[in-house]
Every structure is written in C-alpha cells, then in structure tokens.
Write a protein that binds this ligand. Structure first.
Ligand code: LHQ
Length: 261
C-alpha cells in the first residue's frame, strides 16, 4: 500500500509522512518496506540534504501493528527477533548513519518502537499535545528499536527505568524538560516549524553535519582520548570540503555563506 507513506521533496528536504492515521501509523511490513524505499531515495539523491519525518492524523506512530502480530501469533509462528532483524534494527542504524540530518516532528502519541524511532532522529520536535510511551512492558515485551540504548543516555537511569518498567505516558513538555527531545511546539505550528528547521539544515554544510553525526554517534562508547583522535580525523575531512572554504570566505567578507553540501 504505497499510500501508507507519503514522500515529498522541496527546497532540499524530503518530507516523509507515516500515513495510517486510523491505526496511529502503526508499523506493518508494508509500511516498513515503503519507509526503507523512501530512505533509499534519500540516500541516493544528493539534492536531498535533510529529512523531515512525521505522522498523519492524531498520532505519530504506535509502534508495531499488533493486529499484524496477532495474525502471526495465531499462525503459530511467534518469533520476536525476526521483525527486529529485518526492519527495526536496520531502520535505526540507517537513521543514525544517514549522512543527512533528520528532523522528527512528533505530532501525537509515539508509543513502543514508534517512540524509539523518533528518538533515533537527530532533532526531535514535538507538538504540545504529543506524548511518548515505552509501551513494551504493557504487552510483555522489552524496549526495542534502540530504546534501552538511548533512554539512559538521554534522561539518566532513574527516569529510563521508570519509563520502561511502568510504560506510563510521558507528555511532550516533560520530555523536553528532561532532555529527551529538543523542543515542544504549539500543535498548529509543528509542521511549519519542523519544515523550516529541516530547510535550514538543508542549506548548511551537509558533509560537516554528517561528520558531526558520526562524532556524536561514537561519543558515548569512546574514551576522551579516542574521541579526541576521532575529532581530529573528522576535522581533516571537514576542512577539505568546499563548504569549509566557503564558510571562512563568507565570514571574512561579512556575507551569508552559500553552502553546496
Ligand atoms: C493499533 C496500534 C498498534 C495496531 C493503536 N497496532 N493497531 C517489534 C517487533 C516484534 C514484536 C512486536 O513489537 C515490536 C515493537 C513494538 O513497537 S511493541 C509495542 C507496540 N505498540 C503498543 O503496544 C502500543 C499500542 N497502542 C496503544 O497502547 C494505544 O493505541 C495508544 C496509547 C498508543 C493510544 O491510545 P488511544 O489514543 O486511546 O488510541 P486507540 O488505542 O483507540 O487507537 C486508535 C486506533 O489505532 C485503534 O483502532 P480502532 O480500529 O479500534 O479504532 C487501535 O486499535 C489502533 N492502534 N496502536 N500498535
């Protein structure tokens, strides 16, 4: 079902909208397939220099479609790892490794893997009415899609423990106050603000932004010495770009930079 995912491009930004609003954009295999194809396009098109990910309707994403799961369970093929291996883990790895910034506009409830896919994006804005639910424990599962990795790092172990063991709804404002996400925006301004942010990012030095992502991805696993060495290696790459030359020239000439990515 191609309509389960909307894909638009304008001003250097690919806007990807999860579009199963009646089911709060829960992930079916079809939706995963469509999202993977959209990311193929993003990766392969150098005119796309930023991504905006959002959901249609009143939810962002309710995680795995449990009706699809129930059908699999009824068929006697219960296998918790397959969907992670095939879809969720590659998706999270791709978002983290994508050499373009990804803005997530969380327009409503983000539950289960839906919450953790939002948190795998680079800058997360949420509508004031949105919320985050680590819903896994409610149905006898463990957090997946990277939740158990990012939550302690973003909000500390005490909050990560309560969020994942209780499965309570965390309102967007609290999520922002805790540092789980970047910012809360009024509901009716969310898409415009997220789009403007993504368009801003699309005009920035894309290669440098990709290298920044790489540095931050490595940061928690590295020692200070390792990270200093990595920064040096990445800086050599950044300094070799046309955009670095342009950035310095624009600064000295007191004019806006025209980065080409
Ligand atoms: C849904 C869903 C949904 C289907 C709402 N599926 N229909 C990975 C790999 C392997 C195994 C399994 O899992 C995973 C990763 C995961 O993501 S596990 C976690 C899966 N997600 C959940 O457990 C969340 C389930 N949803 C909810 O708890 C609620 O819907 C929330 C709290 C998100 C929102 O509640 P409400 O605002 O009250 O909305 P609602 O429950 O009435 O939902 C609206 C409709 O969407 C409704 O359909 P209907 O036809 O009755 O109107 C729901 O059935 C449907 N829906 N989530 N995950």
């Amino acid at each position: 079902m191609a309509d389960d995912l909307l894909f638009e491009r304008a001003a250097g930004v690919a806007t990807i909208t999860l579009n199963r609003p009646d089911k709060l954009n829960a992930f079916t295999t079809e939706l995963h397939r469509a999202l993977a194809a959209a990311l193929d396009t993003v990766e392969g098109d150098e005119t796309i220099r930023a991504v905006m990910l959002t959901g249609a309707g009143r939810g962002f994403c309710a995680g795995q479609d449990l009706a699809e799961r129930a059908a699999i369970i009824a068929g006697g093929k219960v296998e918790g790892g397959k969907a992670l291996e095939t879809w969720y883990n590659p998706l999270v790895r791709r978002l983290r490794r994508l050499e373009k910034p990804v803005v997530c506009a969380v327009n409503g409830v983000a539950a289960g893997a839906g919450a953790n896919i939002a948190l795998a994006c680079d800058i997360v804005l949420a509508a004031r009415s949105a919320s985050f639910i680590q819903a896994f424990c409610r149905i006898g599962l463990v957090p997946d899609a990277g939740g158990s990795y990012v939550l302690p790092r973003l909000v500390g172990m005490a909050r990560a423990s309560a969020l994942t063991l209780l499965g309570d709804k965390l309102p967007a404002e609290q999520a922002a106050a805790w540092g789980l996400i970047w910012r809360v925006v009024d509901d009716d301004a969310l898409v415009a603000e997220a789009t403007a942010l993504a368009q801003h990012l699309a005009r920035q030095p894309t290669r440098a932004l990709a290298l920044i992502k790489q540095a931050l991805n490595a940061s928690f696993a590295n020692t200070l010495d390792e990270q200093l060495d990595l920064e040096r290696a990445l800086q050599i790459k950044a300094a070799a770009t046309d955009d670095f030359r342009e950035g310095v020239a624009a600064f000295l000439e007191k004019r806006p930079a025209n980065f080409t990515g």
